[in-house]
Design a protein around this ligand. Structure first.
Ligand code: HEC
Length: 160
């Protein structure tokens, strides 16, 4: 991991990127100091992406809203999953961390009681709550895929 980052810093300090990789590299460079991202040894290779890249479908978020209303809303409001609490708990982490938390700890009274599919839908709904855009690719519960997605809030990728 350390080697990975040092190579990465070298890459960040170079000034010439191809146009195609520049945006992705800029985004990753911005994440370097704060994240423990993606490249898990042993996981299948998946191109790293961010939650701002359209990692769930709008159908999933809609269905997730129904699951949430039925099984989560009795204890939660949108405020507990957005703004400062969300930033402090989740931004910069792999999406697998949020998925694991929800699927192993929630609902508080009956942890683990939803199906993988339902947890995935609720996760899509939480991403939408945070203004992350829907895309064409459906979110799955696959841990290698979730590991490769970094939680990034929209509009923050190029600030620093
Ligand atoms: C019976 C009440 C209850 C239900 C139902 C419940 N939660 Fe929670 N949830 C809590 C409490 C309390 C916490 C604070 C952490 C703790 O005490 O474990 C929490 C924390 C969380 C967190 C971490 C804090 C955050 O927002 O970043 C997430 C995410 C979360 N819940 C998601 C869900 C989801 C998704 C569902 C529905 C599948 C759900 N919860 C259902 C009570 C509940």
């Amino acid at each position: 991991m350390r080697l990975f980052w040092s190579q990465f810093s070298t890459l960040c300090s170079r000034t010439v990127f191809t146009a195609a990789t520049a945006a992705a590299v800029a985004l990753l460079c911005q994440l370097v100091p704060t994240t423990a991202v993606s490249a898990q040894p042993g996981s299948t290779r998946v191109a790293p992406v961010a939650t701002t890249d359209g990692v769930y479908t709008s159908m999933q978020a809609r269905a997730g809203g129904d699951v949430y209303a039925g099984l989560c809303q009795s204890c939660h409001s949108a405020e507990s999953h957005t703004g400062a609490p969300f930033r402090n708990n989740w931004v910069g982490k792999p999406l697998s961390a949020l998925y694991s938390y929800i699927s192993s700890e929630m609902p508080k009274t009956e942890p683990g009681s939803l199906t993988e599919e339902e947890y995935t839908l609720v996760l899509a709904y939480i991403l939408r709550m945070n203004g992350m855009p829907a895309g064409r690719k459906a979110l799955t519960a696959d841990s290698a895929a979730l590991d490769a997605i970094t939680i990034v809030l929209p509009g923050t990728a190029n600030k620093q």
